[in-house]
Write a protein that binds this ligand. Structure first.
Ligand code: 5RP
Length: 252
């Protein structure tokens, strides 16, 4: 699809400089315009998705939305959704999801994504991989020419058992792209970051493009010990981008 300027009243005027968080909020509010009463909704994770969850809660309170069921993609979103009054369920009880809304770390020109810098990629992929419509909300800083092109991490969720072995196999898979695999840690003592599923995250950094994304995806998933990776290929149906010049809506 083409990039089309949104007619939305929320488009920023060119005389105002907006913060990145304000841009995230504009994209999120635009996405919530697609939500209808009675929908089962996949609720994303992160600083952009957070604005969408808050907005859905607000519309429920105002009675402008009714009978929404949220399927949260992380414990953090679960907490937030409860706090703003969104009734929640899970994939076991609600395997059919009408619409999911979530942020992304990178979006390529074909609407392929990198996700998971927030660490919720496995639940996000399970939920967003099954929904009828998946709207991705980003500020324009997330647009890249190719995945891995921001120089930032491509996350892979792995089981903790012998993680060094798995990390080194991941790094070897992409040695032609100058890949470096690093365990994600936090705090002063470099404790391993643990996901909602009790797993670790290995972040892959590439010097050059990894080429065929589908082949890369397949080879990562073939490694025993890997739970999931952060490439979301051919999953987004719509991407809403908020930039200084306004909101653009890109459809698959
Ligand atoms: C979490 C994600 C997030 O959607 C992604 O990291 C974007 O986050 P933010 O909206 O805070 O920039 O994939 O696993």
């Amino acid at each position: 699809g083409l990039l089309v300027p949104s007619p939305s009243a929320s488009s920023p005027s060119s005389s105002v400089i907006l913060t990145q968080d304000e841009l995230k909020k504009i994209a999120a509010y635009k996405a919530v315009e697609y939500v209808e009463s009675g929908m089962v909704l996949g609720l994303g994770t992160g600083s952009t998705a957070k604005h969408a969850v808050a907005r859905i809660g607000e519309l429920l309170k105002q009675g402008k939305l009714k009978n929404i069921i949220g399927i949260p993609t992380s414990k953090m979103t679960h907490e937030q959704a409860l706090s703003v009054g969104i009734p929640l369920s899970d994939l076991d009880s609600h395997p059919v999801i009408d619409l999911a809304i979530d942020g992304a770390d990178e979006v390529d020109p074909y609407l392929n994504l990198v996700k998971g810098r927030g660490g919720s990629l496995l639940r996000e992929k399970m939920i967003e991989g099954t929904c009828k419509k998946f709207i991705v909300i980003v500020d324009e800083s997330k647009l890249v020419k190719y995945l891995g092109g921001s120089g930032l991490a491509m996350p892979v969720e792995i089981v903790p058992f012998c993680w060094k072995f798995t990390a080194s196999r991941l790094q070897k898979l992409f040695q032609d792209s100058g890949c470096v695999a690093k365990l994600r840690t936090f705090g002063e003592n470099d404790e391993p970051f643990v996901t909602d599923n009790g797993n670790y995250i290995v972040d892959l950094y590439f010097k050059t493009s990894i080429g065929d994304l589908k082949a890369a995806s397949d080879s990562i998933l073939q490694l025993p010990g890997v739970a999931e990776h952060g490439m979301f290929l051919d999953m987004a149906t719509t991407v809403i981008v908020a930039g200084e010049l306004g909101v653009t809506v890109k459809h698959k």
